[in-house]
Design a protein around this ligand. Sequence first.
Ligand code: SAH
Ligand code: SF4
Length: 375
Amino acid sequence: MTAAAPDRPDLRGLDRAELAAFLATIGVPPARSGQIFSLIQRPGVRDLGGLADLKRPYREKLADRASLSSLAPHAAECSEDGTVKLAFRLADHALIESVLIPTEHDRHTLCVSSQVGCGMGCRFCLTGTMGFTRNLTPAEIVNQVLAAIDYMIDAGMRRSTPREYINNLVFMGMGEPLANYRNVVPAIRVLLDDLGYDLSRRRVTLSTSGIVPQIRRLAEDCNVALAVSLHAPDDALRDELVPINRRYPIAELLDACWHYLERQNGRAVTFEYAMLDGVNDRPEHARALARLLRGRDAKVNLIPFNTFPGTRYARSPEPVIAAFRDLLMSQGVIATIRRTRGDDIDAACGQLKGRVLDRTQVRLGRKLLGVAVQA
Ligand code: SAH
Ligand code: SF4
């Protein structure tokens, strides 16, 4: 990776307004900020030396006073279904992961991390068992997207805009994005900016375990799609599975979600629900869940639980998951079952832990993605 110099701001993580403010401090006219912003965020630009299209005096000023970090996967692992897990070693040697998931019509979803580890301690989540190490910077979040695009280019893909590489972005990797609000929101601004990655706000989804004040704040700051990790229809059970519920119980959480819906004119709120055998998967749970969500612009995404060594939970059997979905639908709540992707390489929800992988797997991953892309 190319690291940022500690005394010079890392331009990768600055949104357009922040960049303009910084440029003013070093005597670059604000009128230049759009051009410089779009050059910086271009795939393939890995450091300030890559800004060949910028006039020399500006380039020299930037090289003198700023830095531009990038990330290259330290390893990549390919699943049989085409999912690729990219592992990154950060400047302080912390490991994070992003997951690139091919979807239909040659589209790709990228799942990014927002923290190293996670402090929320959800009982059924491997990342939760690691504890919290640190927040990612805006640049480290943006760099995951850039690195995934670079990876696809290296694999032989050719597209004309970033959005044609990554058309869906989800904050569902390691970490609780709303616990890193001050870095996640600027990163999202860079990713949505039409001179940046120009991602569609309807196709950027932030998933949260339910930090209520930050959901309300997000409703004012950033109009992206919201997913909420509910996992239980009553406080007693949710207190146990998602400990943040003790601070922000279900009624408060749902109020914040309905407020979010009012403020943004986008997509329905998605409620994620990991199906845990014998724990939250009975018909009475489905009925209670339907009572909470009926009549709202909400949908439920049932996630077959992904097991990991040492967990006390097991995945609900398929017919139980299907019956749970059918019961929700019969009660007027839209429900889908998430197709589990990449579970053979531990890239599925809740399986990210930052393992060290073999370097040769990067090459193998590229090759497999190339095959998948051409197929
Ligand atoms: N921290 C955020 C986003 C990351 S997790 C959040 O909790 O929403 C993405 C989704 O996977 C969340 O709904 C999470 O609860 C769920 N998840 C975590 N561990 C899981 C597991 N082992 N099996 C299935 N889903 C899991
Ligand atoms: Fe953190 Fe989300 Fe895992 Fe909970 S489910 S521990 S919030 S990553």
